[in-house]
Design a protein around this ligand. Structure first.
Ligand SMILES: NC(=O)c1ccc[n+]([C@@H]2O[C@H](COP(=O)([O-])OP(=O)(O)OC[C@H]3O[C@@H](n4cnc5c(N)ncnc54)[C@H](O)[C@@H]3O)[C@@H](O)[C@H]2O)c1
Length: 320
């Protein structure tokens, strides 16, 4: 079935981006927020991401005809880069403005937010108990048709399925930050997910201009983080044990593989706070002298100096 009425639970970084992306393609979007304070915090975020999307759209006009264009255009905003014209991009920007104004609603009443939802995307903070409480509160408020998705980065859908009241219509759809540019959507069911619902979600991801990446079974970290986390850990170990400096490590990777960014540039984008939290979960992080312990100390020193990455203007590198 067509899934046009979308409810987003949580108005944080990812929730607002997902909601905007859905509205951009013409879906009707309701954000459920838990308090008037959340509304005050969420509205400027929606505004800010809407402006960033618009700015990236307009910037894309300058990339038309450039050989680099196809690598850097905002893939979630322009479906067919090869044939797009400047006039079409202007029309997309105008359409986005109208849709953001007309199709985005905010609701504090959970029952009202869910009453007619075709699809609900949970994008609350990564706290398992809070998510379980939310699913429990939602389960009798959703109509039978509702498909329920989690955007959780680290928690498995099977952990939450028993609390949803609809395990067969529940699975994970995992987006990446700045989804209008980095438009991946990892689709991951749990053993009880109905395969037809799974395929419907694959189609939904495509409809909202994401590139659906299908996992055939549950995997902590999905595909991307299963590769990225060990890669970034290996780079940090080379630095923390004094094998080389961050610039040489990045250059080695970039020159040898042709990748545009080495691990420390990626770490700056991810944010060193996240890198630190991931490192501290390693079993030997508290063992004095272990590699993880040394990585933790190195990152903590940078965090204490406010060098948290691109968003702070300085991480391993300085940014204008
Ligand atoms: N930030 C990323 O790069 C990223 C990428 C992919 C997936 N995710 C996942 O998306 C989810 C949200 O992450 P985020 O980065 O947007 O977080 P965030 O901290 O920016 O936003 C979390 C939102 O959840 C709300 N919230 C927290 N506790 C709540 C509760 N008890 N009841 C109702 N609302 C509550 C907060 O008010 C906030 O609006 C997490 O599961 C995270 O793993 C994040």
């Amino acid at each position: 079935m067509e899934r046009n009425k979308i409810t987003i639970i949580g108005g944080g970084v990812l929730g607002t981006q997902i909601g905007l992306m859905c509205a951009y393609v013409g879906k009707d979007v309701t954000f459920w927020l838990r308090s008037p304070g959340s509304v005050e915090r969420t509205m400027p975020k929606i505004q800010r991401y809407a402006e960033l999307m618009r700015a990236d759209l307009l910037k894309a006009k300058t990339l038309i005809g450039s050989p680099m264009g196809k690598f850097v255009y905002p893939r979630g905003l322009i479906r067919d880069w090869d044939s797009v014209t400047a006039e079409e991009i202007d029309a997309l920007a105008a359409q986005a403005e109208a849709r953001f104004a007309d199709s985005i609603h905010v609701e504090l009443d959970l029952a009202a937010a869910l009453a007619d939802a075709d699809l609900v995307i949970e994008a609350m903070a990564e706290e398992p108990q809070a998510k379980i409480a939310m699913y429990t509160a939602m389960k009798d408020l959703m109509p039978e048709k509702t498909v329920l998705l989690t955007n959780s980065s680290t928690l498995l859908p099977s952990t939450f399925a028993p609390y949803t009241g609809r395990p067969e219509k529940f699975l994970a759809l995992h987006f990446a930050n700045t989804i209008w540019k980095n438009n991946t959507a990892e689709v991951m069911g749990h053993p009880g997910t109905d395969p037809e619902i799974y395929q419907e979600v694959v189609r939904f991801a495509d409809e909202i201009n994401m590139i659906p990446l299908q996992l055939h079974k549950e995997q902590p970290g999905y595909i991307l983080n299963s590769m990225l986390v060990p890669f970034l850990s290996a780079a940090q170990a080379l630095l923390a044990t004094g094998v080389s400096d961050h610039e040489t490590i990045d250059r080695t990777w970039e020159l040898a593989t042709g990748a545009p960014a080495g691990p420390f540039k990626i770490l700056d984008i991810v944010g060193l706070e996240t890198a630190y939290n991931i490192n501290q979960m390693k079993p030997d992080a508290q063992v004095e002298g272990s590699v993880s312990n040394r990585i933790g100390k190195l990152l903590k020193e940078k965090l204490d100096r406010g060098e948290t990455g691109v968003n702070a203007g300085v991480g391993f590198y300085r940014y204008k």
